[in-house]
Design a protein. Structure first.
Length: 450
C-alpha cells in the first residue's frame, strides 16, 4: 500500500542501484587517474620550464664569463706592455694579431685560477681564423661561436656539458680588426647540480601529488566508515523512538485481557468455594483465549523491539518482492484476488534483504486484508528502477471509508483489526527509514489505496 524509495548514495549511504555504486567507484578511479595524469602533465611542464629557465640562465652566465675573459686578457695586455715598455712594444710590432703578443700574454692569464668555469681550452685567432695561440689539447679544431655586432660576445652549446664563449679583443674592435678569443668550458658540474635540483623538485611534486591523493582516499574511506556508523546510529535511534511510541500502548493492550482473566479466575474460585459445581469448559476456554491475546501482544512487541542490525548485501528488489508475494499466494487464491506483478529497469541494489522482505510483506498483508470481502479484487504490484533509485508500488482496490487511515497507517497501535496490535506498518517505516528511504500511502486513482 505504499511506495518504497531506495535512494542511491544519499549523504554517502550505499543504498541504491548497483550500477550507481559502480559509477561512484568508477568516478573515484577516474578522478584518481585524471589527477595523476594532470600531476604528471604539471611535472612535465614544470620540468620543461625549469630546463628552459636553466638553459637561459646558463647562457647568461656563460656570456658573463666571456666578458670576464676579455677583462682578464686586457689586464694581461696592460701588464705585458708595462713590463716591456710602450716604445719597445710598438717597435716589436706587438698587436692583437701578432703571435708573439700572445706568447707574452699567455703566462700572464690566470688560467689555473679562473673562477668563471672549468676551462678546458683557450684559443686566440686572427680575423682570418688563423690560430695565434692556444691552451689545452684538441681545442683548435672546435667550433667558434658567432659574435654579436653590438658587444662582440658569443655563446654556443657544443653538445653535452661543453660550451664555447668568445669575444673580440681588444674591446671595441671592429668585426674586421683585432683578434677573437674563444674559451671552451666543461660545465658538467653545473649541469649535474641543476639536474639534481630539477630531479628533487620533480620528486617533490610527485610526492606531493601522491600524498594529496592518498589523503583524499583515506578521507573518503573514513567518511564511508563514519557514514556507516551514522547509519547504524540512525537505525537504532529510529528503532528506540518507535519502541517508545509502542510501549505506551502495551499496558492498554494487555489490560483488557488481564481484566477478563481476573474476572474468570474469581468466578471459578467462588464456584470452588461453594462446592456446588465445577467451572465449565467455556470458562477455561475464555482464560485461554485472553492469554492468547496477551501472548500475541507480547510476541508482536518482542519482534518489533528485537530488530537486528543491518546486514548489507547486493540484491534484486524485484526478486525480493516476488518472494514476499509468494508468501501470500494461498491468501490470494482463497480470497479470489487477482494479482498483476510487473518489474521494470535495473532493480539491483544494496540493502538488508530480510528487512526489505519484511517491508514488502507488511505492505502486501495490509493490501490483501483490505480486499478479503471484496468481489473482483485486484492487487497491482510494480517495481521500477531508475538511474539512482528503486520505487516499489503496491496498489489495492479495497474501499477506503476513512481517509485518515492513510495518514495514521504508519503510527504504532493503529489498526482496524481487533486482533492486531498495529505494529506491522510501523516496523515497515522503521526499516525503510533505516535504509535512507521513505514510505508513503495515498488514495489511488480509480479507487483503493497505493
Amino acid at each position: 500500500m505504499a511506495p518504497l524509495y531506495a535512494p542511491g548514495f544519499v549523504n554517502g549511504l550505499m543504498i541504491g542501484s548497483v550500477p550507481t555504486a559502480r559509477k561512484y567507484t568508477y568516478g573515484v578511479i577516474l578522478v584518481g587517474v585524471v589527477g595523476i595524469a594532470l600531476m604528471a602533465l604539471f611535472v612535465a611542464v614544470a620540468g620543461g620550464r625549469i630546463d628552459r629557465f636553466g638553459d637561459g640562465d646558463l647562457e647568461s652566465d656563460s656570456l658573463r664569463k666571456a666578458r670576464t675573459l676579455r677583462s682578464l686578457t686586457l689586464k694581461a695586455l696592460a701588464s705585458a706592455r708595462s713590463e716591456i715598455g710602450d716604445l719597445q712594444w710598438r717597435q716589436l710590432g706587438h698587436g692583437p694579431e701578432n703571435p708573439d703578443t700572445w706568447i707574452e700574454l699567455g703566462p700572464r692569464l690566470p688560467l689555473d685560477g679562473l673562477t668563471f668555469g672549468d676551462v678546458v681550452g683557450l684559443v686566440a685567432r686572427d680575423r682570418r681564423g688563423r690560430v695565434l695561440w692556444s691552451f689545452g689539447p684538441g681545442v683548435e679544431g672546435r667550433r667558434v661561436p658567432e659574435l654579436s655586432e653590438v658587444e662582440g660576445i658569443g655563446y654556443e652549446r657544443l653538445g653535452g656539458p661543453w660550451v664555447a664563449v668568445g669575444c673580440r679583443f681588444p674591446e671595441g674592435a671592429s668585426k674586421d680588426a683585432g683578434a677573437r678569443i674563444t674559451a671552451y668550458l666543461d660545465l658538467g658540474r653545473d649541469l649535474d647540480e641543476r639536474e639534481s635540483i630539477t630531479g628533487f623538485l620533480t620528486f617533490g611534486l610527485i610526492a606531493l601529488g601522491v600524498t594529496i591523493y592518498v589523503l583524499a582516499a583515506v578521507t573518503i574511506l573514513l567518511n564511508r566508515a563514519q557514514t556507516s556508523l551514522i547509519q547504524r546510529e540512525r537505525e537504532k535511534a529510529t528503532r528506540l523512538r518507535a519502541i517508545a511510541d509502542v510501549a505506551g500502548g502495551i499496558a492498554h493492550e494487555v489490560r483488557n485481557p488481564l481484566n477478563a482473566i481476573s474476572l474468570s479466575v474469581q468466578y471459578m474460585q467462588k464456584l470452588a468455594e461453594r462446592g456446588d459445581r465445577l467451572p465449565a469448559t467455556r470458562d477455561f476456554v475464555r482464560v485461554h483465549l485472553e492469554l492468547g491475546k496477551i501472548r500475541k501482544v507480547v510476541d508482536s512487541f518482542v519482534k518489533f523491539a528485537r530488530t537486528r542490525d543491518m546486514v548489507m548485501t547486493t540484491l534484486d528488489a524485484g526478486d525480493v518482492m516476488a518472494a514476499a508475494l509468494d508468501r501470500f499466494q494461498p491468501d490470494l487464491d482463497a480470497a479470489g484476488i487477482r494479482r498483476d506483478f510487473s518489474r521494470e529497469g535495473d532493480l539491483a541494489c544494496v540493502g538488508d534483504r530480510e528487512k526489505i522482505l519484511e517491508v514488502f510483506a507488511g505492505v502486501l498483508h495490509n493490501a490483501i486484508d483490505s480486499m478479503r470481502e471484496q468481489d473482483a479484487a485486484e492487487l497491482r504490484i510494480r517495481v521500477a528502477g531508475s538511474r539512482n533509485a528503486i520505487r516499489a508500488t503496491v496498489r489495492d482496490t479495497g474501499e477506503i471509508t476513512d481517509e485518515s487511515a492513510l495518514t495514521n497507517i504508519f503510527e504504532p497501535r493503529f489498526s482496524h483489526r481487533d486482533t492486531a496490535m498495529g505494529l506491522g506498518m510501523t516496523v515497515a517505516r522503521t526499516f525503510v527509514e533505516s535504509h535512507g528511504g521513505r514510505i508513503e500511502a495515498a488514495l489511488a486513482q480509480g479507487g483503493g489505496a497505493s
